[in-house]
Ligand binder design. Structure first.
Ligand code: SAM
Length: 209
């Protein structure tokens, strides 16, 4: 998904008011960015931003942050936002490994949508639901820890259920065919493509007290 050919990616990101530049300085103070006490929901690995933008439009009383590792991809989200003023949406360009250095018990829901599956066993720790990442999430959540995952990848889904359960999460809801279920759902970029191809989407909602 890495887009190497976006011209001026750095400049576009640096000039966008949607982007939280140097997010580390806001640790513990993210509500000040939004200017209200509304809950903050985070998507890690937002890609080109379709999901987080549509969620922010659909739920104006929730603040949304989309986090993505690559400037060249965040650029695509910024391009989608041109001419729009969405007050409850911010983006950041950072690696998820930094999460515990950015948020201090401020996030109410974490979305992991179509995360890279890292199928090889030797790369298992890189999965965003691995034993490496779950302790980092402990530091970002306010109150209950709530993770919502969607993926086409059965291997990633299975390993997520195991690691989340081993780490004390309870799987509250699950679907092996989200598109044909009754759940309220906003599709991501990847999801829309997969659903059009008839690929089934796995969904889970996991909570840890
Ligand atoms: C397969 S894409 C899915 C994009 C989007 N969530 C969707 O469903 O359309 C995964 C995205 O996660 C990003 N990503 C992977 N590892 C990451 C990390 N450690 N920190 C932040 N973003 C990451 C990738 O750059 C990529 O844009």
């Amino acid at each position: 998904m890495r887009l190497r050919n976006v011209q001026n990616a750095k400049e576009i990101v640096n000039n966008s008011d949607y982007v939280i530049h140097n997010p580390f300085q806001y640790k513990g103070h993210f509500k000040e960015i939004f200017g209200n006490d509304n809950p903050i929901h985070l998507e890690v690995g937002m890609g080109k931003g379709k999901f987080i933008i549509d969620m922010a439009l659909k739920y104006p009383d929730i603040n949304f942050i989309g986090l993505e590792k690559y400037e060249s991809i965040v650029c695509r989200a910024i391009q989608k936002l041109e001419g729009k003023e969405i007050k409850n949406l911010k983006l950041m360009v950072v690696d998820a490994l930094e999460l515990a250095n950015i948020f201090d018990h401020e996030i109410e829901t974490l979305y992991l949508n179509f995360s890279d599956p890292w199928p090889k066993k030797r790369h298992a720790k890189r999965r965003l639901t691995s034993e490496l990442f779950l302790p980092l999430y402990d530091a970002i959540f306010k109150g209950d820890k709530l993770i919502i995952q969607k993926t086409d990848n059965v291997g990633l889904f299975e390993s997520s259920i195991v690691s989340l359960s081993n780490y004390g999460y309870v799987i509250e809801d699950i679907s092996l065919d989200l598109a044909n279920s009754e759940r309220d759902n906003v599709q991501t970029e990847y999801e829309t493509k997969f659903v059009a191809q008839g690929i089934k989407i796995n969904y889970l909602k996991a909570r840890k007290k």
